[in-house]
Design a protein. Structure first.
Length: 348
């Protein structure tokens, strides 16, 4: 009988937990290059989800790439998760995906080509759900399995949603629950229960299609998807870029089924502490909040996480959310306030 392949055993990290810590990444991106391109509407300056280049008055091109090591053991599921995560960057800019090409690194002396083929099939299936072709790609022989996509999309220049345009008084919304990093770590340790795996896999492979519709709403001022830096990392980016501070209601945060149990088991990703060490000094947590839990939830690295949205009010989102099956996420998780000493204040 063929031995079952557990992909997570071939990688030191998994999903967006593979990301380099925010503080280290900032050092890497420092440059003296002052080149400017008038048609480049979004580049590195805003720490945004994708680059955007204007073609004409009606069309801008979105370009992004995302890839990582296995977050689950099943090859087909890994391909689906990585593809959904990469395509999300286009939706987070308010855009429509157009096509994708694959990025595949494979340890050919450890894992068979047939397993890689299943990863690619998973990626192709998610591209089909997004209505785009997986049109090609590039492969290398690598020490660990790596998969992702480079995705091209389009957006009307007036519909671009950056992460640095939130306004004082905006309410904040999140379209998926938190805790993906904790549960995926439970997979590697053989602790995740079948019922929770089903919930986790559904979330990891659900496309953030609603972002394209939100791009057309004037009352949506800023948007990003929550990924490897955790909710708190993306809140800090939004607050600093928008020159506001944020009051976050911890009790209002949606959390994935089973999260509390796995926190009690200590299935905490290594990226959680790296994330917090990068931006924790910018955050004030109220004494009424369970600090031990918050420090493992707020910086928990998310893979294909929900959209973080700054909007004028809930009414502006209601019709779009209802039609997308997101009515449960119409309750705000926080609000933008005038700038204070700390970027983020976490309240009970």
């Amino acid at each position: 009988m063929q031995e079952e392949i557990k992909l997570t055993q071939f990688s030191k990290g998994g999903g967006c937990g593979c990301k380099i810590a925010p503080s280290v990444l900032q050092q890497m991106l420092k440059t003296e290059d002052k080149s400017s391109f008038a048609s480049l509407l979004v580049g590195n300056e805003s720490s945004d989800d994708a680059a955007v280049y204007q073609i004409n008055d009606e069309t801008a091109i979105i370009s992004t790439t995302d890839f990582f090591m296995p977050i689950v053991d099943d090859a087909f599921a890994f391909g689906r998760i990585a593809a959904a995560n990469a395509i999300s960057d286009v939706y987070a800019m308010g855009g429509k995906p157009l096509m994708a090409i694959a990025i595949l690194g494979w340890p050919v002396n450890k894992l068979s080509p047939q397993v890689a083929q299943q990863v690619l099939e998973g990626g192709r299936s998610i591209c089909a759900e997004a209505g785009i072709p997986l049109a090609g790609g590039h492969t290398i022989d690598s020490l660990e399995p790596i998969f992702g996509l480079a995705v091209t999309g389009t957006v009307h220049p007036a519909h671009i949603k950056k992460n640095n345009a939130a306004q004082e008084g905006d309410l904040l919304f999140l379209t998926k629950p938190l805790g993906v990093g904790v549960l995926s770590t439970a997979i590697k340790r053989g602790l995740l229960q079948a019922e929770h795996y089903t919930v986790l896999l559904k979330q990891l492979t659900t496309l953030n299609k609603v972002g394209e519709l939100l791009g057309g709403l004037d009352d949506v001022h800023a948007m990003t998807d929550v990924t490897g830096f955790g909710l708190m990392g993306h809140l800090v980016e939004m607050a600093e870029g928008s020159n506001v501070s944020i009051e976050l209601r911890y009790s209002a945060l949606p959390k994935i089924m089973g999260l509390k149990d796995y926190l009690n088991h200590g299935t905490i990703p290594g990226a959680t502490s790296r994330n917090w060490n990068s931006y924790g000094s910018k955050v004030q947590i109220d004494d009424s909040v369970d600090l031990a839990e918050a420090l493992n939830v707020l910086p928990d690295p998310q893979t294909n996480g929900g959209l973080l949205i700054a909007a004028k009010n809930a009414e502006a989102l209601q019709a779009v959310f209802n039609n997308a099956g997101l009515a449960d996420y119409l309750s705000p998780i926080g609000r933008c306030v005038s700038k204070t000493e700390k970027c983020i204040k976490v309240l009970a």
